[in-house]
Each structure stands twice: as C-alpha cells, then as structure tokens.
Design a protein around this ligand. Structure first.
Ligand code: ZN
Ligand code: MN
Length: 479
C-alpha cells in the first residue's frame, strides 16, 4: 500500500423518543403534512422558551454511552452553538460543548480473525434542524423535524481502511437499536455520517498535517464510496508532492463523488456559550446503574460468545447474532444440552433452512411451533438415522409455513426413515425386476447406482436412508 488512510467518524443518530427535545411536539413526522408537528418553541419564535430537556432522550444517550464503555458525566449542561441556516430558526442549535453526557469510550470490532479497539471521543445530545426542500424556483422549509433529539457520536481517527469503517458503522447501528436509542432506519435518515480522512506514507509515525472532512453521507454503503473516492483523489495529489487542501467536502450520492464546500479560512466559529434557559444537569450514579441494567446482550458480544465459548464458525455466529429471536432461541438450546454436536447442528439449521423459510414467510421463529426442545429432538432423530435430511427440511418448512408441530408431523405421517436392511433389499430388488437390463449395466458402470437410489427414494417418498440403499445395491451387485 502506497499510502495509509487515517479515518475518523462523526455520526448523527436521530433518537426514537415520542416527543421533541425541548417541547412536547410529536416526533412522528414521517409522511406528515409539513409544519404540522410544531409549536412556538421548535419554530424558534421570539420569546418562546425551551421546556426542561427530554429525559427519555438523556437516558437513551447514556445507555448508548454505556454500551460504548464511556465515562458518563454526573454533571453536564447544554450550550448554544451559534450559526445561521434557514432551517435553524433560532440562529443557534442547542448542543453540548465542554461537558458532553458521555466521553472516553471504546468498542471492539472484528477485523478478519483479529479484533481492533476503536476509541470513542464523546457522545453528546443536541437538537435536529428543520428540513429545506428545494423547489424549482424556491426553497421551502418544513419544521416537523426541528428539535427532534439527535445524538452525536465522535470517534478518534482509529480506522485504517473502509472495511473497518463499515464494520464499525454496522456495529453502531445494531448497538443503538439494542439500546432502544434509535430505530436506525437509513431510508428515513435516522443516521448521518461525516468522515475526516487523510493519508500518510506507511513509514511515517505522525498523523498527516492536513485533514479533509466529508459531510452528508446518508448510508453505510455511501460511506464506502466516499472513502474510496477520497483515497484515490488524495493519493493523486500526494503523488504530485502536493498536500491536499484542508477543507470540508460534500458527498454526492448520484455519482459517488465528493466536492469542495468550504476551506479552512471560511470555517465557522460557533461562539459556544452555556444555554441560559436550561439549568445544568445533575445525573445520579444510581440512575446510571439503573440504565446499565437495561442494556441487553449486544450483537457483537453474542458473536464473541458463540465463537469463543460455543466454538461456532464466525460466519454462523454472525448470522445467528443478527437476529434477536434466533439468538434467544439458540441460547435456550445451549442451556438445554451439553451435546456439542447437537448445538453445532442446531446453529447450522437455524441460520440455514429455518432462517431462509422464516424470511420468505415474513415470520419470526416465535410465530411457529418449532421449540428448542423439538429442534433438539429432530436433530437427535437425524443423527440416529431415524429421519433423513430431506424429511427434516420438509418438516421444518411445513412447521413454518403451515404452523404445524414438527414432531407431530413426523409421527402422524410416519416419516421416520427406513433403515431396515430387509425392507430396503426388497425395494432394490423390485427396481431390478422392473428394469431387467439394469443389473448388467451397473456391473459395467457402477457410477449409475444413483438411478437406483433415486428410484428407491421415489418409492418411499424420501424416507429410505440413502446411505443404506447405496450399501445394499453394492452388496447385491457383489453377490
Ligand atoms: Zn414544538
Ligand atoms: Mn452535531
């Protein structure tokens, strides 16, 4: 690699509170008539005062901070960040400056077979702006989104390639959902990313002496495009022995490129000062402890557990952990049996056929009659050749699609596998009687045994044990 990228992230996450940050207007604005979820406070009308900060929003940020191993402030406050923008009617945004709710955290991401620690600088709480809609010859402003609680997460420049950034962004998305902080719906703009990215020669120890910021990245896949584009653009400049301009760039998702917005000279001075209309926050240690208990096991922690304790392959562990219901189901299997083979096999069926059929039916495993006990029993039957893999697959599919108890289905339809030698021998002989030339053909070309196996399977509707059938054909031919 010619140059080593140094990347840091800033992520704005819209919280899923019921009401706005400093007024009681509803946050449920998606698809609503513009400017219907508003009041004098979130419209920034002169003289309107903020209500006490939304406690639900504060608890969501603290939970997220705890999930990122942050130090949680016991004393915090809000500050005014002054800048002018048409969809920011007050002329300032209420944000947090020197006393954010959460600081100095970290999260570990998996990089190939290794793990890497990403440091979190801070997580603070602020309010969202309105939305400007550009018409042909005018700009229209919708304030429904104005003052919805927004959480800003800032990382240290610890990422060295786009893959690490994507892994972290996905992990972050899953964490804010698990902490019930945000619905993290990308299509609805719940997460917005900003990058700072620069390049250095691999042998250089110090950070580069310039930094490029890229704003307005609306999805995880756009993040990768923006990073790849910047690496190429900055490499070309460095190749000419020049230094890329320190600037803020925008991202254009129509063609995956970035463009210059403003350079250092024009950079904003926000003139932060403490918000005079909101008293400082005092957060009790007991309250932080209570919030800590509300955080469920996180997706990456589940992956660690499945790989390190249960010894599942990484991909299986990841596919299981992305689904809350499947991982809870699997946890219950682990609690019920010590048979490592049954555990491994359950994981395989859960992320394989079961997950596939559930997805196509739009169901959760909890909507079906498949229970941890019945899956354990099915796998034992499979292992002891009482049922075939084919039958197992069919029964599970029927259980999901038609809401049938899989064990009952096996019993009532008599689907247990035929492994009895005499019975299979009779069936094979029947095939030979019906196809008189077959035996001679087989002696010349043993590879065509598959046809006989297929016929026997057809006669038994998939119930014959195919391995047994194969053995018995061999035995008859050798006689
Ligand atoms: Zn309002
Ligand atoms: Mn911000």
């Amino acid at each position: 690699m010619k140059y080593q990228p140094i990347i840091g992230l800033e992520i704005h996450v819209q919280l899923n509170t019921k009401s706005k940050m400093f007024c009681s207007c509803s946050t449920d604005y998606f698809g609503k008539e513009p400017n219907t979820n508003t009041c004098p406070t979130c419209l920034g009308l002169p003289g309107a005062l903020p209500a006490p900060p939304n406690k639900e929003a504060i608890s969501k940020v603290i939970r997220t901070g705890l999930a990122f191993n942050c130090k949680i402030a016991t004393k915090s406050k809000f500050d005014r960040k002054n800048y002018f923008y048409p969809d920011l009617p007050k002329g300032y945004q209420i944000s947090q400056y020197d006393l954010p709710l959460c600081e100095n955290g970290w999260s570990e991401i998996r990089v190939l077979d290794d793990k890497k620690k990403i440091r979190i600088t801070r997580i603070h709480l602020e309010e969202d702006t309105g939305k400007t809609v550009y018409d042909e010859d005018s700009s229209l402003i919708d304030f429904n989104k104005s003052s919805i609680p927004l959480m800003e997460i800032v990382t240290e420049p610890d990422f060295e390639d786009s893959q690490e950034v994507l892994t972290f962004a996905k992990q972050l998305k899953s964490i804010v959902k698990s902490c019930n902080a945000s619905d993290a719906n990308m299509e609805k703009g719940h997460m917005r990313f900003e990058l700072n990215i620069s390049l250095k020669k691999p042998e250089e120890k110090d950070l580069p002496n310039y930094k490029v910021e890229v704003k307005n990245i609306g999805s995880i896949s756009f993040l990768k495009k923006a990073i790849d584009y910047e690496i190429e653009r900055q490499s070309k400049i460095l190749d000419k022995h020049e230094i890329p301009v320190q600037e803020t760039r925008g991202y254009k998702d129509s063609n995956g490129t970035t463009y210059s917005q403003r350079t250092k000279e024009e950079e904003n001075d926000y003139r932060y000062f403490p918000e005079p209309d909101i008293p400082p926050l005092v957060i009790a240690k007991e309250y932080i402890e209570k919030l800590k208990k509300e955080i469920p096991e996180l997706e990456y922690q589940k992956v660690d557990k499945y790989v390190e304790v249960v010894h599942l392959p990484l991909e299986t562990a990841q596919r299981l952990s992305t689904s809350t219901s499947l991982s809870i189901f699997f946890d219950s299997i682990i609690a019920k049996t010590n048979d490592t083979e049954v555990v491994a096999e359950s994981a395989k069926w859960l992320v394989g056929d079961i997950k596939r059929v559930l997805k196509s039916e739009g169901k959760s495993i909890n909507d079906t009659k498949i229970t941890p006990d019945s899956l354990i029993e099915l796998i034992s039957m499979l292992k002891s050749n009482k049922i075939s893999g084919r039958i197992m697959k069919d029964v599970l599919e029927e259980a999901i699609k038609k809401d049938k108890d899989p064990i009952q289905t096996i019993k009532s339809k008599d689907l247990t596998q035929i492994s009895d030698d005499k019975e299979i021998e009779n069936l094979v002989n029947q095939v030979f009687v019906e196809n008189p030339k077959l035996k001679d053909d087989l002696l010349k070309n043993p590879n065509s045994k598959g046809f006989v196996v297929g016929q026997v399977m057809k006669m038994t509707k998939g119930k014959a044990n195919p391995k047994k059938v194969d053995e018995i054909i061999q035995k008859i031919l050798e006689d």
